[in-house]
Structure formats: structure tokens, C-alpha cells
Design a protein around this ligand. Structure first.
Ligand code: ADP
Ligand code: MG
Length: 596
């Protein structure tokens, strides 16, 4: 259990602030995360690690000489937003380019990808190196789909050392990808972690059981088996890893035996007592192995074993000195560059003057009401959505949606007060959603709302056909970014039936309100039948079988939000108040099939 917190939704931000205070000699907090305290004396490649919080010392604990130049810090187990990644890159960048490096998760890929587009457009050289070390999450034939877990540590370390030596961006990226190609991890979970403020862990295993193939976001193991003795467990982990030894790799390896948060060091040492002799007996030289907590998952109980096969170019980078808040090795030279000065600016939005017609401002008011309606329904459903997501994902969908809609509704009210039309208001709401929610669904909702706004514009209230174009734009953007298809068990499974029905009915001349109602019913049914599907995208994919019988959380929330927003979007301009009261039963309110 996590016992020390204030408002649980502020946990990650407060932890980061405390971390930056205690380690203020080494790190500096910036909007979106943290960077090194000193600016490099010469331009150097900025290696920026990232991902959600809850993995300490990954990732902010690894900022420093010989390791990362900065970390982009999301909410617990949730991808940071594109805005956060962009802001940290701007703070860390010193003229030799930026490389984002992170575990392979859809939300991170999209957010770091969108930040990269923005940096590149400003002329900053930027690359992404994904870590895919978890051998349990996909077969070798689909190695590029694997998740990143504790192998993050060796890959980031090697890239950090290369950048410190003055390697250029192309070289740092080449070495990072090479290290990732030579890194394998297998883990085993004993007990799930508990989010701050939550009453129970994300999963639990029956006494005497363990889950082989853990994730680092509270995902349970892929296969549950009987908890063996330490010797048998060590054997199992070593056998599975060596079975995946990279072809042609040598006999020297960096090895990490990693605890997930609440497994004691003594237990890890007992396990090491089996693992090390087995690896040595197989002919390996263990180069500066580590036993400890390097990539954790809040207070999860579990272990993972990582090997990075080394060659003459990777080994010196693995063994090079480093000095970071959580990790010291050798004698790293003192930082030479100038001290960064703390700034208060977030490089953020300047005040803009909005130009909009009265009709568009009226519709903007309806959009605020729609977002407010969505907000109260999402708050009601938060826990349920989280439980659905915990079955095969990481349990953060409810919290992510709450953070997203709260930020979107606040941004919408603010811009309405500043005289924005509907297009600008929805763009601001979308950006705020993506920035605060993080995660896969957050970036998709944010980008979708922005596209909806662009389609609606600031010059008129949309008629039924224009509204159909706007929801089509919303869907197109989500499909373009997430690349999900019908049947992949994602929000797209509810969204496309909605768009299809709504467009068809208004095309046939039905009034928007009637068409929206029908379309929302169709989306709600489509969301419910995702229970029968296996997820083919997102974090739930590796645990596909476990998700059978539970509808997709993102499809469920989408159907629900579209249902409650409809009356506001489709009421005549200026009559946004004429909508169902909160207590009126609306289909989709109870996500069907969610399990406790
Ligand atoms: P995360 O998966 O990053 O933890 P959330 O839990 O907030 O994010 O959202 C999970 C939902 O995101 C899934 O239920 C699914 O509907 C949706 N999703 C995941 N990947 C994709 C994708 N590639 N395209 C569309 N929707 C997706
Ligand atoms: Mg999730």
C-alpha cells in the first residue's frame, strides 16, 4: 500500500518536486520533468529518458553525468504528454540534438512522436530510441512489438555514456538501438501494486502462485504458475533468457537482477545465488552486474532478470562512470558547465486575441456545457473504468480520463471567457486534455478534439452536416495517430459505428439531435460487444486472453461521453441548457461487464 500522499491525483507532481529539492545539486525541475543542474560546456546530444512515474529510480533518478540529460515525467504509469516532452527537450537541448528514449508503449510512442514533430519543425535534430526487452510480451518473430521493462536501464546507460563521450546524434542512436537489440528481460510478479489512495492492489495472486512475464505498470503476469523455490525460479528465469540469446552474441554480458518495489534486497541476493552460478556455468562473464531496485512498479512485489550482451564497443559504455541521484559508478568528473538558472516561464501560450462570430461563440458555450456534462459522468465512472483497464491494461484509464476532462473543461471555460469561438475553444480544450491526461487515450482524445474544433471553425455554429464532418475529423485524426482498425478492441470500435450512423442519418435528412441519439446507442452497443474481442493494440495486447469477457475501457468511456455530450452539441444555438438532467438514465452509464 502507498500510505503517504495528499490528494492522490497530485502524487506524481509532489514526488517530483520533493525529488528535485533533495537533489538540487544534480537536477533542476522544469515544466514537464527535470534536467541536469548544469548546462554542458560544449554542445552535446541530450539523452532524454521518459515515461510515467512510479518506476523510481527510473527515470528522473537517472539524470546526471554519464547517464540521462533529462527525464520527461508523466503521471503514475501514464505517458507524459507531447507538450511535456517538448518542454523538457527545449530545456535540455544544447545544440547537438535530442534523443528521446523510452519503453515501447503506444502512449509514449505517440506523445514523444508528436513532440519530435514539433521540435523538428523548429529545426532541432531529434530521434527516438524504443526499448523492447520484455521477451514475454511477444514472440521473437514480433520482437518489435515487445514492451520495455528493466532493459531500459542498460540501454539508457549506454546511450548516456556515448553522449557524454561526445558521440553525435546518429552515433548515440545507433548504439542505443544496438544495445536494445542485444537486451532481453524476463520477470515474475508476486503481488500487484496499489495506486496512492486506492483501496486494493491492481491485481492479486492466490497464495502460493506467481505470474511469469510481468509488466512494469501493474500488469499481472502473462502466465500464472505455482510459486517455486528460489532455486527453481532462478533456473526458470535463466533458462528462458538464454533460450533467447541474440544470434552471434558474445559471452560477456551486463546483468541486472531487478526488484519491482517491495521485494527485499535479501530475497534478491538469495535469487542471485542461483542466477549468477548458472550464468557463469553457461560460460558467461558477468560485467558489472547489478542487484537492486532500478526499474520499479510502485510497491509491486516481483523480480526481473535482464541481460545485455556486450561487445567491445558497448562494454566500455556500460562500465563508464556515472553520477546521478540514484546511481553512482566510478569516478565521474565534476560537471563543468554553467549552472542553469531556475526560470518560472513554461514557454507556454502568450495571450491571444480570439476572433469569432457571435454564432460561433454561442456554439462555444454549448461545447463548454457538453464538456461539463462529460466531466460529471467521467467522475462518476472513474473507478469502474480503472477496474476495467486493470484487467489486462494498467488500471489508469479512469484517472487519465478524469485528469483529461478536468483540464479540458477548465481550458474551455477560460477561453470562452476570453471570447473564443468554438474552433479555438475546442483546440484549447484538446491540448489541455492531452497535456494533463497523458496515456494513449489522452493523446487521442486531445488530438481528436483539436481536429473537431478545426473542422467546426470560428465563424458559424455547425449545422447537422457540418457536425457530421466534425465528428469524422475527430475519428480520422484518432485513426491516423493510433492506427487501430475495427476489431482491434480499442475506442475506435465504438467511434467508427458512431460516425457512420450519425453521418448516414443526417445525410438522410434526420435532425442532428435524433441522429446523434441513434448513433450514441449504436456506439454503446458496439462498446459492449468489444467484450468478445482480443485486444490487438495498446497495453492490453500482451494480456489479450485476460481481457476476454470485459469490454474495452476506452470504447466504453467514448460511448458514454458521446452519449452525454450529444444534447449540447445538437441543441439549437443558445439553448444549450435544454438537456437531460444528471439523474436521467443514459445508456452506457454503467460500463457493461466490468469486473471488480
Ligand atoms: P494507456 O493504454 O496508455 O494506459 P488508457 O488506459 O487511458 O491509456 O487508455 C486505454 C484505451 O486506449 C484502450 O482501452 C483503448 O480503447 C485505447 N487505445 C489504446 N491503443 C489505441 C490505439 N492504438 N488506437 C486507438 N485507441 C487505443
Ligand atoms: Mg491504461
Amino acid at each position: 500500500m502507498t500510505k503517504i500522499f495528499n490528494d492522490p491525483s497530485d502524487f506524481a507532481e509532489e514526488a517530483l518536486a520533493g525529488f528535485c529539492d533533495i537533489h538540487s545539486d544534480l537536477v533542476r525541475q522544469v515544466p514537464g520533468g527535470a534536467v541536469r543542474r548544469h548546462r554542458p560546456a560544449q554542445p552535446k546530444v541530450a539523452v532524454l529518458a521518459g515515461g510515467g512515474s512510479g518506476h523510481y529510480p527510473a527515470f528522473a533518478g537517472l539524470i546526471g553525468q554519464g547517464f540521462a540529460d533529462g527525464a520527461v515525467v508523466g503521471n503514475i504509469f501514464t505517458s507524459p504528454s507531447a507538450q511535456q516532452a517538448y518542454a523538457v527537450a527545449k530545456a535540455a537541448e544544447s545544440g547537438a540534438g535530442v534523443v528521446f528514449t523510452y519503453g515501447n508503449y503506444a502512449g509514449d510512442v505517440m506523445n514523444f512522436g508528436m513532440a519530435s514533430e514539433r521540435l523538428a519543425a523548429e529545426g532541432i535534430a531529434v530521434e527516438n530510441v524504443l526499448v523492447t526487452d520484455d521477451i514475454a510480451s511477444a514472440p521473437p518473430s514480433e520482437a518489435e512489438k515487445r514492451r520495455g521493462i528493466a532493459g531500459d536501464f542498460t540501454v539508457f546507460k549506454i546511450m548516456g555514456a556515448a553522449a557524454e563521450n561526445g558521440a553525435d546524434l546518429t552515433e548515440v542512436v545507433r548504439l542505443g538501438r544496438k544495445a536494445n537489440g542485444l537486451t532481453r528481460t524476463i520477470g515474475s510478479a508476486f503481488a500487484g501494486c496499489t495506486f496512492p489512495g486506492a483501496g486494493s492492489p491492481l491485481f492479486s495472486l492466490p497464495h502460493g502462485q506467481m505470474g511469469l512475464g510481468l509488466g512494469i505498470h501493474g500488469e499481472p503476469g502473462l502466465y500464472d504458475t505455482t510459486l517455486p523455490s528460489a532455486k527453481e525460479l532462478g533456473q526458470e528465469l535463466v533458462t528462458r533468457l538464454l533460450a533467447e540469446a541474440p544470434e552471434g552474441a558474445g559471452m560477456r554480458a551486463a546483468v541486472i537482477l531487478n526488484g519491482l518495489g517491495s521485494t527485499k534486497h535479501e530475497e534478491l541476493f538469495v535469487l542471485w545465488g542461483t542466477v549468477a552460478p548458472l550464468l557463469r556455468a553457461a560460460g558467461y562473464t558477468l560485467v558489472m552486474p547489478e542487484v537492486g531496485e532500478l526499474v520499479t512498479s510502485l510497491d509491486m512485489a516481483g523480480v526481473s532478470l535482464t541481460m545485455t550482451w556486450l561487445d567491445e564497443e558497448l562494454e566500455p559504455l556500460w562500465t563508464a562512470p556515472a553520477e546521478t541521484p540514484a546511481y553512482r559508478r566510478g569516478n565521474a568528473p565534476r560537471e563543468a558547465g554553467a549552472l542553469h538558472v531556475d526560470e518560472t516561464s513554461d514557454g507556454g501560450a502568450d495571450l491571444v486575441a480570439f476572433v469569432a462570430t457571435p454564432a460561433s461563440r454561442d456554439f462555444a458555450g454549448a461545447c463548454v456545457a457538453a464538456l461539463e456534462a462529460a466531466r460529471s459522468w467521467i467522475h462518476d465512472a472513474e473507478e469502474q473504468l480503472g477496474r476495467m483497464d486493470a484487467i489486462a491494461g494498467d488500471g489508469d484509464h479512469g484517472r487519465g480520463m478524469v485528469r483529461g476532462i478536468d483540464a479540458a473543461a477548465a481550458a474551455a471555460s477560460l477561453t470562452l471567457g476570453q471570447g473564443a469561438g468554438a474552433g479555438d475553444l475546442l483546440a484549447a480544450a484538446g491540448d489541455a486534455w492531452a497535456d494533463k491526461a497523458g496515456g494513449t487515450s489522452g493523446v487521442l482524445w486531445g488530438a481528436g478534439l483539436r481536429a473537431f474544433g478545426k473542422s467546426v471553425g470560428n465563424s458559424a455554429a455547425p449545422d447537422a452536416l457540418e457536425l457530421a464532418s466534425a465528428v469524422t475529423a475527430f475519428a480520422d485524426r484518432i485513426v491516423q495517430l493510433g492506427k487501430a482498425e475495427t476489431g482491434d478492441k480499442t475506442m475506435v470500435d465504438a467511434l467508427l459505428p458512431f460516425v457512420e450512423t450519425f453521418s448516414r442519418l443526417v445525410g438522410e435528412g434526420q435532425p442532428a439531435s435524433k441522429a446523434w441519439e441513434e448513433a450514441a446507442l449504436h456506439a454503446t452497443e458496439a462498446a459492449a460487444v468489444t467484450a468478445d474481442l482480443l485486444p490487438l493494440k495498446g497495453r492490453a495486447r500482451p494480456l489479450a486472453e485476460k481481457s476476454l469477457g470485459t469490454p474495452d475501457p476506452g470504447a466504453t468511456s467514448l460511448a458514454m461521453v458521446f452519449t452525454v455530450m450529444g444534447p449540447h452539441f445538437t441543441a439549437a444555438p443558445g439553448s444549450a441548457q435544454a438537456v437531460p438532467g444528471r439523474d436521467q438514465a443514459i445508456p452506457g452509464r454503467e460500463p457493461a461487464g466490468a469486473q471488480a
